[in-house]
Design a protein around this ligand. Structure first.
Ligand SMILES: [Zn+2]
Length: 300
């Protein structure tokens, strides 16, 4: 009997296994949340693609975490004009920022695609911090391979976590908007046979251009097509959203973290303070009186 996966629209991550647990697959669509990030950061096409790929890859790590409170942040510092890129995922929620999302570059001459590798740069590192609610966070990092992000994630999984992985990440930007975005992760698990591995390798050209594939067919249909004959089983599906976790309390903590002396200086200037969140642009204003109360509360 052939399994038919129920079609659902919207941003979502499908979790599948193949061949009775020989491989894990995550297939996600992230179109809406990438558009949301592009709007928040007023991102150019190439920066939208870079941030979208980074968020999609980070979400793959996010949905693999076990606890609801656990989160993962991925930082890419490649030396390119976008500066440092950061994405944080907690379950299916993700947020991102970078130093300059307005960078514009000509399309790549070779294939006419957005030049993400140049915007990000490849002289640097990808760093992963997983807050697993233990004493110390898990930290892993490795050198960037290309700045194209999918290959950098694949290399990170393979080198830093000793987990061979196939990663495809794609953002299709057209007509000033995100037409489709998404990604695919395939990880062979212990007990994976040579036969299954070679089947997956044979099929890998099918998933190379993931955003175009997603534009042509629903993700559930792609999963059925790509993994036909490999017993794909749908284990779970996680809704995905762009969501920030900032709050007035967090901003108060940020203000206190600059130190008593600096905070006192701001109070003495008597202009109040205005903080904006890098991830969502929310603005938090504090009056001098509020800052005084804040400082006093910290002195107890
Ligand atoms: Zn925020």
């Amino acid at each position: 009997m052939k399994e038919q996966f129920e079609r659902r629209s919207g941003d979502e991550m499908l979790h599948l296994t193949l061949c009775g647990g020989q491989a894990r697959v995550l297939l996600g669509e992230t179109t809406r949340l990438v558009q949301r990030a592009a709007d928040i950061h007023r991102a150019s096409a190439v920066c939208t693609a870079a941030l979208g790929r980074l968020m999609t890859g980070t979400l793959m790590m996010g949905v693999m975490l076990k606890g609801a409170e656990e989160n993962v942040s991925v930082t890419i510092k490649g030396g390119g004009p976008m500066g440092t890129l950061v994405a944080v995922a907690q379950g299916g929620d993700v947020r991102c920022c970078c130093d300059d999302a307005g960078v514009e570059l000509p399309l790549r001459e070779a294939d006419g695609k957005l030049d993400v590798g140049r915007a990000v740069g490849h002289e640097g590192r990808i760093s992963v911090v997983k807050d697993l609610r233990m004493k110390e966070p898990y930290v892993g990092q490795c050198n960037l391979v290309s700045g194209e992000i999918a290959m950098d994630f694949a290399n990170y999984f393979t080198v830093s976590e000793q987990q061979p992985s196939l990663v495809a990440l794609g953002v299709l930007v057209a007509g000033g908007g995100v037409k489709k975005a998404g990604g695919l992760l395939i990880q062979p698990l212990p007990g994976c046979t040579e036969e299954t591995l070679s089947q997956l390798e044979l099929r890998s050209p099918m998933f190379a251009d993931i955003s175009r594939e997603l534009a042509a067919a629903p993700k559930e249909e792609l999963a059925e097509d790509w993994f036909r004959g490999l017993e794909p089983v749908l284990l779970d599906r996680t809704p995905l959203n762009y969501r920030c976790t900032c709050s007035r309390e967090r901003m108060e903590r940020a203000l206190l973290s600059i130190g008593r002396k600096d905070l006192q200086e701001i109070i003495d200037e008597d202009k109040g303070a205005e903080l904006s969140c890098h991830f969502c642009n929310s603005v938090y204003r504090f009056t001098t009186e509020e800052l005084r109360t804040l400082l006093a509360s910290a002195e107890h």
